[in-house]
Design a protein. Structure first.
Lengths: 369, 306
């Protein structure tokens, strides 16, 4: 039993099942991020926690209290919306105080709380403006201020940063993280931006097609994706996924991959015993940062293998340079240090860290190694 | 790159006006335009002018010809007569009681119809229920039923309700007809109103009516103006329902004006008729002048912005 329990919850709209049976247990003070592509049911799940949608089956328990049939206002939650949803006819002050007014909090206390929240979010000088006179970032703060007045059990955020420009988004991301550290309130946060998910969360639930694909810490999700979808979705640039075949090398399993000029390379997986699956076709997954120039390879790794391959394209990115080559008939991105003199069209040595490699069944998309 | 483009633009726009203005001293196409606009203005304003000047001169000046001339002897007697002493139908009451009837009819009818339309629009967009689309479709259909078709059933209804031949009856009739339109206006306006606002208010603890009063209505100014002008103009100017469903003592202004013009047995007092006609037109003019500038804005806002 956690602080917020999503217990065998499903949701259907008419005959359409948009959320399949879902179990998530969130501890007090956790920052859970629901991440997934558009239409996967993130908002639907969040709205059910908020009480804006009914659950079709199962139940949601907050702080030991079942929420079935409880109105949004009585759930002791607060929510920040993608469009901020500030009441256009009220001032910032009115917006922040509206919820307290509805809950019958006396005027004196409201004023005190408004001042407190405005101080925290640095919006004191905006209190008498209308939402129409605020910038995107300021609106965002007001929306959070409105949520903060409630001292809620759970904060719900539905893509709160997606309407901001890139720079502001990064700033607000940091502020939300600070806020969480300061207040320690449980947060459920929806986004389709996997960077946001990785940077903000204490735990991530990756969703796709109405199913939760994997739940875990950002590190677990990043290093140990449960299936092909999670592997491909999380990380930027995304994980290289290309066909390979399992062979036996000195009694241990290895991946045989084809290189651009018809040669092939055998890459033993680190610290694995024979699986007896020789000959099985797999999809090999290696993140760009696990394919480097030989000098840049992870020194602690016991399974770095060097292969020669032709460089197709280079994409300088400041401190790094992304180098594209062909493996297993697919474009594969490697991450070199920016000072490596690498040119398109030349052969170059690529060091592959097989400790970080994962493998999936191409048909079921499930994780094998 | 941007600089040359900017130069080219100014050069091109600058050129024709420069040549046009300097060579002839006058910009002829402009002049022609204003002359034509001026002629149209005169064309449209002439009837008003005729009504106004003739309502301010004695009858003898009109019968002597010279409809277009300014009054030789200015008088407001025709206005006084039209307002309080002229023969309307069988009684010499002037138009005053009927003007009051019209006010008593139009104010509640517009107010109630607008509020109900706003409520309907709110429910149809933010609390969608099974069959909401069908209900809206039927309401819309109601807008387009020809007036003549409902005359007899409506007369029977009013009779059954015991409000036949009363101002209340007229208010009811106009409400029934107006709700379709007011609902249409508000529904389209609220459809562009973000659902997330309603959800935020729900989480804040506001109920059905609180959300309506505190959040939707205060943002409905532009569409309310459109709705009020539309309803006011239609209801005030209506003749058919007024003629069909009223008694002598509940007749609206339009019907009374007709009676005034028809009922003079002896000489036709044109000056009094003109004064009466202007009186009948004044309230709609007034509403349009006061609220008109919001009208276009309101019509735009529903469709364009979110
Ligand atoms: N009221 C509704 N009626 C019918 N289907 C709905 C309704 N609301 C959502 N859906 C469907 O449920 C699915 C999940 O929707 P949801 O809004 O939860 O997606 P999401 O993960 O939040 O996507 P996004 O990232 O685009 O916001 C979608 O396929 C959507 O079409
Ligand atoms: Mg969503």
């Amino acid at each position: 039993m956690g602080f917020l329990d999503i217990d065998r919850v499903t949701k259907s709209f008419g005959g359409l099942k948009v959320l399949h049976e879902t179990d998530i247990s969130v501890e007090e003070g956790e920052f859970l991020v629901l991440v997934g592509p558009s239409g996967c049911g993130k908002s639907t799940l969040l709205n059910m926690i908020a009480g804006l949608e009914e659950v079709s089956s199962g139940q949601i328990v907050i702080n030991g209290r079942s929420m079935n049939g409880v109105k949004p206002a009585d759930r002791n939650i607060a929510m920040v919306f993608q469009s901020y949803a500030l009441y256009p006819n009220m001032t910032v002050r009115g917006n922040i105080s509206f919820g307290m007014e509805m809950h019958g909090i006396p005027k004196k206390e409201r004023e005190k709380k408004i001042a407190e929240v405005a101080e925290l979010l640095q919006i004191s000088q905006l209190l008498d403006r209308k939402p129409g006179q605020l910038s995107g970032g300021q609106r965002q703060r007001v929306a959070m201020g409105r949520a903060l007045t409630r001292d809620p059990d759970v904060f719900l955020f539905d893509e709160p940063l997606s309407n901001l420009d890139a720079k502001l988004r990064v700033d607000m991301r940091t502020e939300i993280k600070k806020l969480h550290q300061k207040l320690g309130t449980t947060i459920v946060y929806v986004t389709h931006d996997q960077i946001e998910a990785l940077t903000l969360s204490t735990r991530i639930a990756v969703m796709y097609g109405g199913y939760v694909q994997q739940i875990g810490t950002p590190q677990e999700i990043y290093d140990n994706p449960a299936n092909l979808f999670v592997a491909g979705f999380m990380g930027s640039p995304s994980m290289n996924l290309f066909p390979a075949r399992i062979v036996s090398a000195n009694g241990a399993p290895a991946a045989e991959i084809s290189l651009s000029d018809g040669r092939s390379a055998v890459l033993p997986f680190a610290g694995r015993d024979g699986t007896g699956e020789e000959g099985r076709e797999i999809t090999l997954g290696i993140r760009p940062e696990a394919i480097t120039e030989p000098d840049g390879a992870d020194r602690k790794s016991r399974a770095v293998h060097v292969v020669d391959s032709r460089v197709e394209i280079t994409e300088p990115a400041g401190s790094d340079i992304f180098v594209v080559t062909q493996m297993g008939g697919k474009d594969v991105t490697a991450r070199f240090s920016a000072d490596v003199p690498v040119k398109p069209g030349e052969d170059f040595q690529f060091a592959i860290n097989m400790e970080k490699a994962v493998a999936f069944d191409p048909k079921t998309e499930a994780r094998i190694i | 790159m941007p600089a040359p483009t900017a130069n080219a633009v100014t050069a091109r726009t600058g050129e024709p006006s420069a040549t046009g203005a300097t060579r002839a001293g006058i910009h002829w196409p402009r002049v022609a335009l204003y002359v034509i606009l001026g002629l149209f203005c005169i064309y449209y304003l002439l009837p008003l002018y005729v009504m106004l000047v003739n309502s301010l001169k004695p009858l003898s000046e009109i019968t002597a010809g010279g409809m277009m001339a300014l009054p030789g002897e200015w008088t407001i007697a025709p206005w006084q007569s039209a307002w309080s002493t002229a023969q309307v139908g069988v009684e010499a009451t002037g138009l005053r009681p009927y003007f009051i009837n019209s006010l008593l009819m139009v104010v509640p009818a517009v107010a109630i119809t607008t509020v109900i339309g706003a409520l309907n629009g709110y429910v149809l967009t933010k609390w969608r229920f099974r069959g909401a689309t069908l209900v809206f479709g039927l309401l819309l259909f109601g807008c387009f039923i020809p007036f003549q078709m409902v005359l007899i059933p409506m007369a029977r209804m009013l009779g059954l309700m015991g409000i036949a031949g009363t101002v209340t009856g007229l208010v009811f009739v106009h409400m029934v007809y107006g709700i379709g339109f007011s609902t249409l206006y508000f529904r389209n306006y609220y459809a562009a109103f973000p659902d997330e606002l309603v959800r935020a208010a729900q989480i804040d603890g506001a109920g059905f009516f609180t959300i309506f009063w505190r959040i939707l209505l205060p943002s409905s100014g532009p569409i309310a103006v459109v709705c009020i002008i539309w309803l006011f103009t239609n209801i005030w100017n209506d003749f058919l329902f007024g003629a069909s469903f009223s008694d002598f003592d509940s007749q609206p202004m339009t019907v009374a004006l007709n009676n005034l013009v028809q009922s003079s047995t002896g000489v036709k007092e044109y000056n009094v008729h003109f004064a009466g006609a202007i009186m009948a037109a004044l309230p709609t003019l007034f509403v349009y002048i006061v609220a008109g500038r919001y009208f276009v804005r309101g019509l735009m806002s529903g469709s364009v912005k979110g």
